[in-house]
Write a protein that binds this ligand. Structure first.
Ligand code: DHB
Length: 368
């Protein structure tokens, strides 16, 4: 296949290891998008090259370098965790290759390279909403518990600052390591502090362990509510968490239960193509990321290099299965609706059911 007739997307994801569900969800979503929209765009044959970085940032960087130099990819995409995205940013800049971040969600990522465009979300974007909701709903004191790296630090800062601004009391701020976390000793501390609620952020894949430990230690029976970003009640795991998860309130940008025609169609097609696996917010970032790439290729009629593609990604606005979204032309970050959701049972399955929305939220991490 001549280079001139192909358009290559290098998709670097954690396909194995602790973050493997992120890779599985995003690859499935990218393949669904291609199956639905064809693999010929603006006269080019679109080729997806998937690489497993095992979520080790040095490996992500090496794979991205090889994809640019050897495979001559037109776009880099994926990036399951913040350190992987950060490690790759200089390669995007040096090679002028657009880099579509479909998962990682620390606010500052888009500032690490002018070639980065994000289709996932940011932790400040979803955490501020909880800092507003909780104090209005009887929660006067909290302990926060986050994974100790970029997105966790963002969640802690933006949730606790807003919660305090609204008159709430933060009794303690706890951080657990990213690799092989043991939540037990931290939850004991939370029990002793007796807050009205525990606020949690952990990355996709770790939510079920938090929920299990929270319930096993009888935190709910001790009168401590669990509130979180939607990473905890992850649609990839939620249905296996059991009825103990019922009633947990979270804030996030995507729920598989989002009641729109576009989402019903997306979820049905995704489940049909993937042995009934339920799409989570990672799949959503991957699906919309492919859309942003396809539309940029159409706009540039298959003729542009990295700079032209990047320009065509900026300012895209469309109805996603998650709701209306915009790729902000200035920040290259996603502007989207943020939902309040509660875990409820529908047709015998657990879902994050949306009960309120904050429209068109920009990343508050970039307000200054
Ligand atoms: C990040 C990873 C996640 O799995 C998640 O749910 C949120 C953020 C990250 O590393 O940026």
């Amino acid at each position: 296949q001549a280079q001139g007739n192909t358009f290559k997307i290098g998709l670097v994801l954690p396909m194995t290891g602790q973050q493997a569900s992120t890779g599985r969800q995003i690859e499935a979503a990218a393949r669904l998008y291609m199956a639905q929209n064809g693999d010929t765009v603006a006269g080019k044959k679109v080729e997806l090259i998937v690489k497993d970085d095992t979520s080790l940032p040095d490996v992500t960087k090496r794979l991205a370098q090889e994809l640019v130099v050897n495979d001559k990819v037109n776009v880099l995409a994926g990036f399951g965790i913040t350190p992987s995205a950060m490690a790759t940013a200089p390669i995007a800049t040096q090679s002028k290759t657009p880099m579509v971040v479909m998962a990682a969600a620390t606010s500052s990522i888009t500032e690490a390279s002018p070639y980065i465009v994000r289709t996932s979300f940011t932790l400040p974007q979803v955490s501020v909403a909880m800092g507003d909701w909780a104090p209005k709903n009887g929660i006067k004191s909290v302990v926060s518990l986050v994974t100790d790296y970029g997105p966790g630090n963002d969640a802690e800062k933006f949730f606790t600052e807003r919660f305090q601004l609204n008159g709430g009391k933060v009794l303690d701020k706890l951080r657990v390591p990213l690799r092989n976390p043991d939540f037990a000793p931290f939850l004991q501390k939370v029990r002793d502090a007796k807050p009205d609620a525990l606020f949690v952020f952990v990355p996709s894949g770790a939510g079920a362990a938090v929920m299990k430990q929270f319930l096993e230690r009888g935190m709910d029976k001790a009168g401590i509510k669990l509130i979180a970003t939607g990473d905890v009640t992850d649609d990839d795991q939620l249905n296996d968490m059991g009825d103990g998860a019922l009633g947990v309130v979270t804030t996030h940008h995507y729920s598989a239960a989002h009641p729109s025609a576009a989402n019903r169609k997306f979820v049905e097609a995704f489940q049909k193509a993937n042995k009934n696996m339920r799409p989570n917010f990672m799949a959503m970032g991957g699906y919309d990321g492919m859309r942003v790439i396809y539309e940029a290729l159409k706009t540039t009629k298959g003729q542009g290099g990295g700079d032209a593609l990047l320009a065509a990604m900026k300012g895209q606005i469309f109805e996603s299965p998650r709701g209306q979204v915009l790729i902000d032309a200035q920040t290259r970050d996603i502007v989207q609706d943020v939902y309040l959701r509660k875990v409820e049972k529908k047709d015998g399955q657990l879902y994050n059911v949306e009960f309120d929305v904050i429209k068109a939220v920009k990343d508050p991490g970039k307000a200054k």
